[in-house]
Design a protein around this ligand. Structure first.
Ligand SMILES: Cc1cc2nc3c(=O)[nH]c(=O)nc-3n(C[C@H](O)[C@H](O)[C@H](O)COP(=O)(O)O)c2cc1C
Length: 325
């Protein structure tokens, strides 16, 4: 394999005998169930001897809002996490080597040494087939601090930070950023926000806050710009979004650097947090579109600790028992 070895994580031994047919089925199935941007599954998986190679498919077209390919690499990271958990569940140590060549990611996982799977790995592996995107509003049951801690810890590793949005000021700032991004990006993202807030409480604080975003990027001002006078669905305003954020558990996953390798790491963190949550009865969804705007990434980074670049937003909660899914 050519390219820059940006992510070597451990030395591996000579691969021995090949994966069995059962192992091939388990590894392939785990990768198939990973979340991916617009369900594109932008990777290929090659299984040979005791090696599994996950390669980013550069030919999968990039959405117009993501010409840098961030989402494609985050998707590959999520698939890599599932692959590693599957290798571990089979009782092999997973030796991982991630490389980026010409902007495309190749991850090699070797399972040639026996190693006992941990309870946490097993629990997350078993959650792979249950995990799915849950976009509507959640039920009213609150997520306990213990569970929030375990989900945040799952998303945190060297170079990757998981951080909950906390309190009114952060929720309001985030609401403004999402509102701003919705106006800039339009259509699909507006639809996602309107689903999120279909149960949003109304009458939240009506503060006008200037977060330094580029007002010229708005197509118009006021509520009309985000749905009423266009063919797009009605989108809640920033205050409604803030109220919704405040009553949900919204996690920001950030990375210390912002290179292709970091996007893969963010994807691994997304999937680990999602599987941890799923194993504890929570449901979740992910949103990355607002973070395709550099100014939103910068503002959100400033709002948090200013030390890491936001890569993904995830919301967690319990399903609404009164809603059919
Ligand atoms: C990097 C990335 C970005 C995503 N962005 C969004 C999004 O903005 N809105 C959304 O509803 N789902 C988003 N998703 C979720 C995918 O649409 C979803 O994973 C895919 O359709 C497969 O469905 P599943 O998650 O239920 O298995 C994203 C997933 C990934 C990995």
């Amino acid at each position: 394999m050519s390219g820059l070895p940006v992510g070597r994580r451990s030395r591996y031994e000579n691969p021995g005998t090949a994966w069995s047919a059962d192992e091939v089925a388990i590894l392939s199935d785990a990768v198939l169930h990973a979340p991916s941007v617009q369900n594109t599954r932008p990777w290929s998986l090659t299984l040979q001897e005791r090696t599994a190679v996950l390669s980013e498919l550069a030919e999968v077209p990039l959405p117009e809002q993501d010409l840098e390919g961030r989402d494609r690499r985050i998707s590959c990271g999520a698939a890599l996490e599932n692959l590693v958990l599957a290798v571990r569940s089979l009782g092999w140590a997973a030796d991982v080597d991630v490389r980026v060549a010409g902007g495309a990611v190749t991850a090699t996982v070797i399972g040639a040494r026996r190693a006992v799977v941990t309870q946490v790995e097993n629990r997350r592996f078993r959650a792979i087939s249950d995990r799915r995107s849950h976009r509507p509003a959640f039920g009213s049951r609150a997520v306990s601090e213990d569970i929030r801690d375990s989900v945040r810890s799952a998303a945190t590793s060297p170079g990757v930070v998981g951080r909950w949005i906390s309190g009114h000021i952060e929720a309001l700032a985030m609401g403004w950023m999402l509102d701003y991004a919705a106006r800039v990006l339009q259509a699909d993202y507006q639809r996602a926000l309107s689903m999120w807030c279909q149960a949003a409480p109304r009458g939240a604080a009506e503060q006008q806050v200037d977060f330094g975003l580029d007002k010229d990027a708005f197509t118009a001002t006021g509520l009309g710009a985000i749905g009423l006078v266009t063919s797009h669905p009605h989108v809640p305003d920033a205050c409604q979004l803030a109220a919704q954020i405040e009553c949900e558990s919204v996690l920001v996953i950030s990375t210390r650097a912002d290179e292709p390798y970091d996007h893969v790491r963010a994807g691994e963190a997304v999937e680990d947090a999602w599987l941890e949550a799923t194993s504890r009865g929570l449901v979740a969804s992910i949103m990355t579109q607002p973070l395709h705007l550099a100014e939103v990434r910068t503002r959100l980074e400033d709002l948090l600790d200013g030390m890491a670049v936001p890569q993904a937003l995830m919301r967690f909660g319990y399903p609404d028992p009164h809603r059919r899914h």
